[in-house]
Design a protein around this ligand. Structure first.
Ligand SMILES: Cc1ncc(C[n+]2csc(CCOP(=O)(O)OP(=O)(O)O)c2C)c(N)n1
Ligand code: SF4
Length: 286
């Protein structure tokens, strides 16, 4: 087994993100969290969506899978059930996870599947040059909404809390230490953890720049009770001011794989033969 160190996580490919992109600090936080958790490279699977966020696949070294847009969580659930001993982290954008992949987010929440979704939430489909995404503010003018967005933004974190996610947190790319701590807590949580990272995209979201975030994020107060589901939902109804920290956690909620009888003594891959002779199955094709 190989220790996770910053050197071992270093990819030979340098990030191609725009100058000032919030993704740089999210990548730094993810690496730092993995190092601080003292895990081994072989114990972690990174699953990536498609987008500027998903391009993180090229900029970090590790075991992983680059999924289709919107399908990262479906793959992550499958990977977890194949070998539930591994920590599985899915990395994608708000368009990927709250838009095209929303049904898979709900499935991950309802099952409380033991994996972490790290959402790089820049409120745009940025790789495809800045169309509005499900988290864009009402009235947003973009290439896809030249006359201003009519819809309200999605309440993605409320959907997660109300559908069974055991751990829901919000971080901000401008607060590195807090991001590291939240990512670590999410990975350690035994169940589904959703970490929504508010991420400035200087190229396609000029409205929500670093100054906007400084004025609109706040740390949840010390007396905030993350175990109180009702309080979490009320807090999340305010979509203008963004509370940072653990919004909700439920340590009584049992993770999906713990309720599957055939996974109690061994993982699926331990139960399958290492080598399978497929020649008989293929004979009709030769
Ligand atoms: C199934 C499918 N639909 C659409 C696309 C086109 N596409 C690629 S990246 C992207 C936008 C990604 O936006 P988001 O998930 O928010 O990530 P960001 O680029 O903002 O990090 C889209 C629509 C695709 N590759 N596959
Ligand atoms: S388009 Fe936005 S999200 Fe994508 S790399 Fe550039 S600044 Fe970052």
């Amino acid at each position: 087994m190989t220790e996770i160190t910053l050197a071992n996580l270093m990819s030979p490919v340098a990030p191609t993100w725009c100058p000032g992109c919030g993704n740089f600090s999210i990548l730094t936080a993810l690496k730092q969290a993995l190092v601080e958790l003292g895990l081994k490279m072989e114990e972690v699977v990174l699953v990536f969506g498609i987008g500027c966020s998903g391009n993180t696949a090229d900029f970090i070294k590790g075991y992983g899978f680059h999924a289709l847009h919107g399908r990262g969580l479906a793959n992550a659930i499958g990977i977890k059930l194949a070998n539930h001993r591994q920590k599985v982290i899915m990395i994608g954008g708000d368009g990927d996870i709250y838009g095209e992949g929303l049904n898979h987010l709900v499935a991950a929440c309802r099952g409380n599947h033991d994996l972490t979704a790290l959402v790089f939430n820049n409120h745009r489909y940025s790789l495809t040059t800045g169309q509005t995404s499900p988290t864009s503010a009402k009235g947003t003018v973009s290439k896809s909404t030249p006359q201003g967005l009519i819809e309200d933004p999605i309440g993605a974190l409320s959907i997660a809390v109300s559908n069974g996610a055991g751990f829901v947190a919000r971080a901000y790319a401008g607060k590195l230490k807090q991001m590291v701590d939240l990512i670590k807590a999410g990975i350690l949580y035994e169940g589904f953890s959703l970490i929504d990272v508010q991420q400035p995209c200087p190229s396609f979201n000029k409205e929500q720049d670093y100054a906007w975030y400084q004025a609109n994020v706040f740390d949840l107060p010390a007396d905030y009770d993350a175990n109180n589901r009702g309080q979490a939902l009320v807090t999340l109804l305010d979509q203008d001011k963004l509370g940072l920290g653990v919004l909700y956690r439920n340590d009584q909620h049992v993770a999906y794989h713990k309720e599957v009888p055939c996974l109690q003594n061994a993982s699926l891959i331990e139960q399958f033969p290492k080598k399978t002779d497929l020649s008989k199955a293929l004979v009709e094709f030769v």
